[in-house]
Design a protein around this ligand. Structure first.
Ligand code: FES
Length: 111
């Protein structure tokens, strides 16, 4: 079972999780790393779950199109959308930076 080490605001939280765990889903049911992991939509749109991967990135699949769209150049700095990741191997990550929310669409501006 993967060991997850999560850093937030200078604190470190660690726990073993089941294979194929999604940390946003787990936080959504108020399990580790709730309440420390900030998240929003759970669908790769808002960017609130963005974390920088410290170790274990080599075990993750390449960023999907939602991550590429939302994170842009932050991917090159090691950021991933945690709601899009299913953890299969040990990982260490930090939530240290807010990713800007998506710009409103023209339709949203008119509403
Ligand atoms: S929770 Fe919204 S992008 Fe991950």
């Amino acid at each position: 079972m993967p060991q997850v080490v999560f850093h937030k605001a200078g604190e470190v939280y660690g726990e073993e999780v089941a294979d194929d765990t999604n940390l946003v889903v787990l936080a959504g049911i108020r399990r580790f790393p709730y309440p420390y992991l900030a998240y929003g939509c759970g669908m790769g749109k808002c960017g609130k779950c963005a974390c920088r991967i410290i170790t274990g990135a080599e075990h993750l699949p390449p960023p999907n199109w939602k991550e590429t769209k939302r994170l842009g150049g932050a991917i090159d700095d090691g950021y991933r959308l945690v709601c899009q990741l299913w953890i299969k191997d040990d990982i260490e990550l930090v939530q240290d930076r807010a990713i800007a929310p998506p710009a409103p669409t023209a339709a949203a501006k008119e509403a």
